[in-house]
Write a protein that binds this ligand. Structure first.
Ligand code: 5AD
Ligand code: SF4
Length: 465
């Protein structure tokens, strides 16, 4: 294909680099064609997919939910645990079939798995029908990759760090709440975790750019922002002359946005200043996701988490005492290599002491290239599964208990949309991030309303206006 001149739009990064952006000519190139975008994994991937969608639509593609209708399929992958790989491979079978039926369809793979060298090699060898592969550091080149797709595969994955891009286009999934990336990558290198390898070292955005983005969202009627990063409360640490996370929270609070959330916080970076700022501003939500990972100081040390069980508990109680009605949720891994029954019991002890509002629980999954994957593990899978089951039962009992405290109370709920299961109901979240299904409030989408809680289950609440 003969490429006409490309207009260069300046996208500012830390290093003030410039990159080629597509001009209007390309906007009609794929008009009338459809894209199918499937997202695996965490909120960071969900938000990346909002960028991918915007870039696909800039070329003229329209969204479809039906795989068979698609002219381009993009799979935004996750690498955090082995089962994420399995899910993808299952879906690839359907893509292979589609390619047989429809030769011109473009199949693309991106996201964290695409950053894993061995996986990309496997994709190139085993799945010849895949047309494009790109990584987490070069989503901005998606349009180029599609346009330049040759007869054979077009693979471009950067093994080096990505920059920090500004003016990124997003097709946001919600008109009520928005993700705002404040930082890319992670410097913590917990020994079990693949993220620092797939997403690179920590790079924070400039606070002025973040504030500008939030102000724009407020102007466009958004009610809630969630500041997003692998380690949000380490925000700015690698930058000279940048404010810290507590000050950033304060600046965001001053924009007047009605609700502010942030994920994910690392206990090691949680300061008293942050706790005070969260307590001080009504528009910073009293909800903190604070991954524990293990209740055993020995295992925490092996995980490279930089805190002990006692330090976690001290922080936990300080947060509970300072921020009224705060809800705290967590992540826990069971079956880290050679975790003993005694170590696991300590995790249960911490869960009993904290009574978390809810938790994501996982069986440890060795990730190739991480330090923990080299440890010879003598614990059988059945034991790990049993531990997970036991832990989940305990966690669920506390979730139910936490939810039951809401019975009969009136709470503020930001209504997000119509419930998928029952279209006479709408759903939304309390300030403390409890999911509430509300009767007869279809005209309240996008509003924060008072809801009286009528029923409490482990994973949701029911209520009425
Ligand atoms: N195995 C199991 N769980 C993991 N997590 C991260 N890496 C692994 C792994 N190798 C969990 C942690 C983290 C959450 C996002 O995923 O609990 O907080
Ligand atoms: Fe992974 Fe640890 Fe970074 Fe979280 S803090 S992304 S668990 S390395």
């Amino acid at each position: 294909m003969n490429l006409p001149d490309l207009k260069k739009a300046r996208i500012r990064t830390d290093k003030e680099v410039e990159y080629i952006y597509l001009n209007d000519h390309y906007q009609k190139l794929f008009s009338g064609q459809k894209y199918f975008l499937k997202t695996y994994g965490c909120q960071m991937n969900v938000h990346d997919s909002e960028e991918i969608a915007a870039r696909l639509e800039s070329l003229g593609f329209n969204k479809t939910e039906v795989l068979e209708e698609a002219d381009i399929v993009i799979l935004n992958t996750c690498a955090i645990r082995e089962n994420a790989h399995d899910k993808l491979y299952g879906f690839l079978g359907r893509c292979k079939h589609l390619k047989k039926e429809k030769k011109d369809v473009i199949i693309g793979i991106c996201g964290c798995m695409a950053q894993e060298e061995n996986v990309v090699e496997e994709i190139m060898n085993k799945h010849q029908y895949i047309d494009i592969v790109f990584g987490t550091h070069n989503i901005y080149k998606l349009q180029d990759l599609i346009i330049n797709k040759k007869e054979k595969q077009n693979i471009e994955v950067y093994s080096c760090e990505g920059d920090v891009y500004e003016n990124v286009p997003y097709k946001r999934e919600s008109q009520v709440k928005a993700w705002v990336n404040i930082q890319y990558g992670c410097d913590k290198f917990c020994t079990y975790c693949i993220v620092p390898y797939t997403r690179g070292k920590q790079r924070s955005r400039k606070s002025q750019e973040i504030i500008k983005e939030v102000e724009e969202l407020v102007k466009n009627g958004y009610k809630e922002v969630t500041l997003l990063g692998q380690n949000v409360n380490a925000y700015g640490k690698e930058l000279k002359d940048e404010i810290n996370f507590a000050k950033l929270l304060e600046e965001v609070a001053k924009t007047g946005i009605e609700r502010i959330r942030f994920v994910t916080s690392h206990p090691w970076d949680f300061t008293d200043e942050m706790i005070e700022i969260i307590a001080k501003y009504d528009n910073i939500m009293p909800y903190i996701h604070l991954p524990l990972q293990s209740g055993s100081s020995k295992i925490l040390k092996l995980m490279g988490r930089r805190y002990t069980k006692e330090e976690y508990l001290t922080l936990y109680h300080k947060i509970k005492e300072t921020i009224p009605n705060v809800a705290i949720t967590t992540d826990i891994i069971v079956g880290f290599p050679n975790e003993t029954d005694e170590n696991f019991k300590e995790t249960l002890d911490v869960v009993n002491a904290c009574q978390f509002d809810s938790a994501f629980t996982f069986i440890y999954s060795p990730r190739e290239g991480t330090p923990a994957a080299k440890i010879e593990d003598k614990i059988p899978m059945e034991v790990k599964e049993e531990r997970l089951h036991k832990l989940n039962e305990l966690i669920n009992s506390y979730s139910l208990k936490a939810n039951q405290k809401y019975l009969g109370k009136t709470v503020k709920v930001l209504i997000e949309g119509v419930s998928e299961k029952d279209n006479t109901k709408v759903f939304g979240y309390t300030e403390t991030m409890k999911l509430v299904n509300v009767d007869n409030a279809c005209d309240k989408i996008g509003e924060i309303i008072d809801v009286k809680i009528t029923d409490a289950k482990s994973f949701s609440l029911d209520g009425k206006i």
